[in-house]
Design a protein around this ligand. Structure first.
Ligand code: SF4
Length: 374
């Protein structure tokens, strides 16, 4: 087993390796490391058996593993998003496309529209590509390496699917696990530089058996006990093994490098209305929010403000501003309205304003629509 070189506190006589001489935190003996690691994973799995969260994509401890399709879909949806936000999307997707083959056969624009509101839309495009690759292969690859070959599957998702759906030993590190591990090992260097040490430490405590349950247990511990602001150390099954609790300040970890201020871009969104309908376009497939339905705009992007160009001349009426923050910038969008008799130049369609909620607009344009219809 690998070692991060940052040993846990000695557990003394309880050490199952029988290494009673390892009273010193820095003894570094492999029997010590193995013993402590086994104790940590055993305690965590016992806690998980009693306290695992009930989630629609999960199997209960000791039940057969969930289908890889459900694990993969949930893990893609959960990136950068909360469990509460994901649940209705997961239920809607699995109701509409119960198998990966059905998702693979769906038109991309339907999947994009169903994804609207979850953000990070490149994930939805990759979801379709990966589903089609799996359908062509006939099944999900059952190893981390095989899963990494699928479009859009990064190290985290491949490890999570390999461990949870296929029972492979894999080191699964999401934001919750990062938090638990930095505290458990009192890793005080700032993110993102400390990630390598986090991974090495997580590796030392990942068991050979039940690696999927272990990963989910770490996630659950991070979300319910080892929380960002006020960790509930008195309820924690790992309290006696936690270096930050013994020596440091758990709530101060992980240390984050100071964030750079995000640039603020200015742009316009155009609400062209005709006979109870609004003109919608489909955004360029390669750019920001690519492939999504949207209001026409003046060409703003992450790199610059809009160009002030209107789709048609007329007495445009400013309706107000909407503000939305993306990963790298914030956009302030002036929403302007014009009633017209004919469609503007270029491709698009009239969408009834009464059913605008069903158009699959991404959050920014959904906000603009709410403003226009207020
Ligand atoms: S003892 Fe506290 S800080 Fe340490 S892992 Fe448990 S909840 Fe987190």
């Amino acid at each position: 087993m690998l070692s991060c070189g940052l040993p846990l506190r000695c557990v003394g006589p309880a050490c199952p390796s029988g290494c009673l001489s390892c009273r010193f935190p820095l003894c570094g003996r492999s029997c010590h490391r193995r013993g402590v690691a086994a104790i940590v994973s055993d305690k965590l799995l016992q806690w998980y058996d009693a306290h695992a969260r009930d989630l629609p994509w999960r199997a209960r401890p000791a039940e057969p593993a969930p289908e890889p399709y459900r694990v993969w879909l949930s893990e893609v949806m959960l990136q950068q998003t909360t469990v509460a936000a994901v649940k209705p999307y997961f239920e809607a997707f699995t109701l509409r496309w119960p198998t990966v083959e059905q998702l693979a056969a769906a038109p991309e624009e339907d999947v994009m529209a169903a994804w609207a509101g979850l953000g990070y839309y490149s994930r939805a495009r990759n979801l379709v590509k990966a589903a089609r690759a799996v359908a062509e292969l006939g099944a999900f690859p059952d190893t981390e390496e095989g899963l990494r070959e699928l479009p859009g599957l990064g190290a985290y998702t491949a490890a999570a699917v390999a461990a949870i759906a296929f029972g492979r030993r894999a080191v699964v590190v999401d934001a919750n696990v990062e938090r638990v591990v930095t505290r458990l090992f009192n890793l005080t260097d700032p993110l993102p530089g400390v990630r390598k040490a986090i991974r090495t430490c997580a590796d030392t405590i990942t068991p050979e058996e039940r690696a999927g349950d272990f990963a989910q247990a770490m996630m659950d511990l991070g979300s319910s006990i080892c929380t960002a602001r006020e960790p509930k150390c008195l309820l924690c099954p790992l309290a006696n093994d936690c270096r930050a609790r013994a020596e440091g300040d758990p709530a101060a970890l992980p240390v984050k490098a100071p964030k750079k201020a995000k640039p603020v871009r200015q742009g316009r969104a155009f609400w062209l209305e005709h006979d109870g309908s609004v003109w919608l376009v489909r955004r360029d497939g390669k750019g920001m929010l690519g492939g999504m339905r949207a209001l026409p705009d003046d060409g703003w992007s992450a790199r610059g403000d809009g160009a002030d160009n209107y789709p048609v001349d007329g007495a445009w009426q400013p309706l107000g501003l909407v503000r939305h923050t993306f990963t790298h910038f914030t956009i302030e969008l002036s929403v302007e309205r014009l009633f017209v008799d004919a469609p503007p130049p270029g491709a698009g369609l009239w969408w009834p304003t009464a059913t605008i909620d069903e158009a699959g607009l991404p959050t920014l344009f959904a906000k603009a629509a709410r403003l226009a219809l207020a």
